[in-house]
Design a protein around this ligand. Structure first.
Ligand SMILES: Nc1nc2c(ncn2[C@@H]2O[C@H](COP(=O)(O)OP(=O)(O)OP(=O)(O)O)[C@@H](O)[C@H]2O)c(=O)[nH]1
Length: 370
């Protein structure tokens, strides 16, 4: 059997085996095995991409989003609409031969948007130019999954290809630590109402020949798949949303039908756009801005007024240390303390250290030794 047949056979077996206490170890083992085979194929494919021309993308701006869609879904047209970049458009499949970066300026943030060749079924395993495309997608801060009104089913395929490429969308990274040890078998520590049991954990890790390890799992929602992901170790967690293009070509009733389908299937409202006619583009820009989770930070030089005109755009969760890095490469070394006026502190002008997490609209003074 070839690897692809192996994969299909294991997937079928998982699907056809009812999960219960008696089968949980067996299913865990199958899942671990499946992940290993897939990963061998996918990672080999991704590693073989030596940053060839057009695929070594330099990140720039305050965040990078990647447009993922089938060929001819309208990615290039959309990029042009959002950024004014001159991406090559045409009605043929695979007219976009390289990654085309554009810069969208929105609400003071500079957002890099990458148009990449269309993904197709089998991309994760290297079909089409899948491996190069996926190598780029894995660098994104946000993925916009672009479907079109006539092929809503492509969204399913895209989701699957992303999953098979080790990309987990709209999911926080599960809180799992696996520390290999020299002996003593598998020791499981669980914090919270964790459902996974020791036997399951042992079965899954055993499939990867991990016989001795301290495993710490926190949170009640951790699944077998999450443990397999943690074991494989190369998963990436990226936010994403769905936009459906070419709505100018269908009636209102058809549009509602597509919307309803997406809502039922993925539990989210897709953004219904027309890149060509410019319909709902602002809504899309808003969604991009929101999903990237920006915070605006106003810098106040020591003893001076704050600059309320040009905020520094940071991502949610950024710390004073991140701000220092942005300001000057010596600032972290020279750092004494920072002062903050805003919601991230209990009282205005509070002193904080490098690890302090800033919030939207904070005013910050960094005081250095010099
Ligand atoms: N009616 C209509 N046509 C569109 C829309 N957006 C794109 N198109 C057309 O769809 C075709 C493909 O658009 P592209 O922007 O080249 O698509 P792409 O996804 O970049 O295609 P590849 O480069 O092959 O991956 C072109 O003929 C566009 O003019 C839209 O909103 N409405």
């Amino acid at each position: 059997m070839g690897l692809e047949e192996d994969i299909r056979a294991i997937e079928d077996e998982i699907k056809n085996t009812k999960y219960n206490k008696a089968t949980s170890q067996h299913i865990g083992r199958l899942k671990a095995k499946l992940a290993k085979i897939k990963d061998d194929m996918v990672m080999r494919a991704i590693k073989s991409v030596g940053g060839g021309e057009g695929f070594s993308v330099k990140k720039s701006g305050d965040g990078t989003i990647v447009l993922v869609g089938f060929p001819s879904v309208g990615k290039s047209t959309l990029l042009n609409k959002l950024t004014g970049a001159q991406s090559e458009t045409g009605s043929y499949a695979f007219t976009t031969l390289t990654v085309v970066p554009g810069l969208m300026e929105y609400k003071g943030a500079k957002i890099q948007i990458l148009d990449i060749p269309g993904l197709i079924a089998g991309a994760a395993m290297g079909k089409g130019r899948g491996k190069e495309v996926i190598a780029v997608v894995r660098t994104a801060d946000l993925i916009v999954i672009l479907g079109d009104v006539f092929n809503a089913v492509h969204v399913d395929v895209l989701m699957r290809e992303l999953y098979d490429s080790g990309i987990r969308i709209n999911k926080p990274k599960p809180d799992i630590t696996i520390k290999r040890t020299g002996g003593g078998g598998i020791r499981l520590n669980r914090v919270g109402a964790v459902k996974l049991g020791l036997e399951e954990v042992r079965a899954i890790l055993g499939e990867n020949k991990i016989m001795n390890a301290d495993v710490l799992i926190r949170g009640s929602n951790v699944t077998q798949d999450d443990l397999v992901d943690a074991m494989q170790g190369n998963r990436i967690y990226i936010p994403a949303f769905i936009a459906i293009n070419k709505v100018d070509l269908i009636s209102d009733a058809q549009r509602k039908e597509v919307e309803e389908h997406m809502r039922e299937k993925y539990g989210v409202d897709p953004i219904m756009i027309s890149a060509h006619k410019g319909y709902h583009i602002e809504e899309l820009q808003d969604a991009i801005y929101e999903h990237l989770g920006f915070v605006r930070i106003y810098m106040k030089p020591y003893g001076e007024e704050a600059d309320m005109e040009e905020p520094m755009i940071m991502r949610k969760g950024s710390t004073i240390e991140d701000i220092c890095h942005r300001l000057h490469r010596d600032f972290v070394d020279q750092f004494r303390y920072a002062k903050i006026w805003g919601t991230s502190v209990k009282h205005d002008a509070a002193k904080v250290g490098l690890k302090h997490v800033v919030e939207d609209n904070d005013i910050v003074t960094v005081v250095t030794k010099l």
